[in-house]
Design a binder for this molecule. Structure first.
Ligand SMILES: Nc1ncnc2c1ncn2[C@@H]1O[C@H](COP(=O)(O)OP(=O)(O)OP(=O)(O)O)[C@@H](O)[C@H]1O
Length: 320
């Protein structure tokens, strides 16, 4: 059973800056600005600007906020795949970001990717073999397991990724939007898996734009705004405040365990809803659909996830 008094994760004044190359300002007026029109500018994006919090074993924490507020960046830093520009992150145990994309190979079958992904997550060959059946069962994509991943729909890929990444039973599971994908049955099973992780002293951090998913899964919510923590507290308190200040409905009237139902809030963004004032408000929530971050694919080299205490010296090509 979880020792809820023991910290699982300590995040101390974390800042994460990206450096982007090649941005040109075309509306130059001064002489220097006019010269700079001909060369790409080096810009710094301050994605996370001093975030501190402590997560305990057994906690299930939702992370919410507008597009570009820094949620995914923070999660990647917690997983150890992005070094903070400043500040420290300490973890008690392994932190695993849901999604083993980098390790999966589209030309290989789902079966082979289960093995590859398991090894990439640090499981031994014997552990991969022992968990193979349950991983395949959780993915629930039937005969498609024998086909190359290239043939999968995005939902199928997401299911397989979820199944593989939770096979390692990390102490700290970091989930970025992944649970919004999939049908009701899959969401129920993935919900069970997350519950299992929390039950076994694990800690879950879930980034989602789906307020009903957050309400259904999390005891605590951290609201990130422009790279800073706007609010951190019990789910109902934070979501109510978020709804009041942003006008985005947070499904307060839904039952607290609605994750396994097929309500509209859990649908992927951009779903067209019927008219009316409530629908317009609901559409506002879907307008928070994830945007593609600038300069994708320029992540710095991964570093071990178990513990990072980093300072300015950890600057890399894209994260300063
Ligand atoms: N690789 C990158 N290079 C440069 N800037 C980036 C990079 N990745 C993210 N950013 C910028 O950092 C800021 C935070 O982005 P991030 O993806 O963390 O936000 P988010 O809250 O997860 O957004 P969303 O809800 O849209 O997924 C944004 O301004 C984004 O443009």
């Amino acid at each position: 059973m979880a020792d809820s008094t023991r910290p699982a994760l300590v995040v101390d004044d974390v800042h994460i800056h990206y450096r982007t190359f090649g941005g040109r300002r075309l509306n130059a007026t001064s002489k220097w600005a006019n010269l700079r029109r001909h060369v790409g500018a080096v810009d710094v994006v301050k994605a996370v600007r001093g975030v501190s919090f402590v997560a305990h074993h057994g906690e299930s924490i939702g992370i919410i906020g507008h597009n570009g507020s820094g949620k995914s960046t923070l999660l990647r830093a917690l997983a150890g795949s992005l070094p903070p520009t400043k500040g420290s992150i300490w973890t008690d145990g392994t932190a695993s970001l849901l999604g083993v994309n980098a390790a999966l190979i589209k030309d290989m079958t789902g079966e082979r990717n289960v093995i590859l992904g398991g090894l990439a997550l640090g499981l031994s060959p014997a552990e991969v073999r022992a968990r193979y059946d349950e991983t395949v069962e959780l993915a629930g994509i039937g005969e498609f397991m024998h086909l190359p991943m290239r043939a999968y729909s995005s939902g199928m890929s997401a299911r397989l990724r979820f199944a593989i990444s939770t096979a390692s039973r990390p102490d700290i599971l970091l989930i970025d939007e992944a649970l919004a994908t999939g049908d009701v049955d899959f969401r129920q099973r993935s919900r069970q898996r997350v519950d299992e992780i929390v039950e076994h002293a694990g800690t879950v951090l879930l980034v989602s734009h789906s307020m009903s998913t957050i309400r259904g899964m999390c005891d605590r919510v951290i609201w990130i705004n422009k790279g800073l923590i706007e609010m951190d507290g019990p789910t109902d308190d934070v979501l109510d405040e978020y709804a009041e200040r942003t006008g985005i409905p947070t499904a307060r009237n839904l039952s607290s365990r609605r994750f396994d139902t097929d309500d509209d809030d859990d649908l992927p963004a951009r779903k067209v809803r019927p008219g009316g004032a409530a629908a317009a408000a609901a559409a506002a929530e879907t307008a928070e659909a994830p945007i593609e971050p600038a300069e994708p694919g320029t992540d710095p080299a991964p570093q071990p996830p178990s513990q990072q205490a980093t300072t300015d010296s950890n600057a890399s090509q894209s994260a300063l």
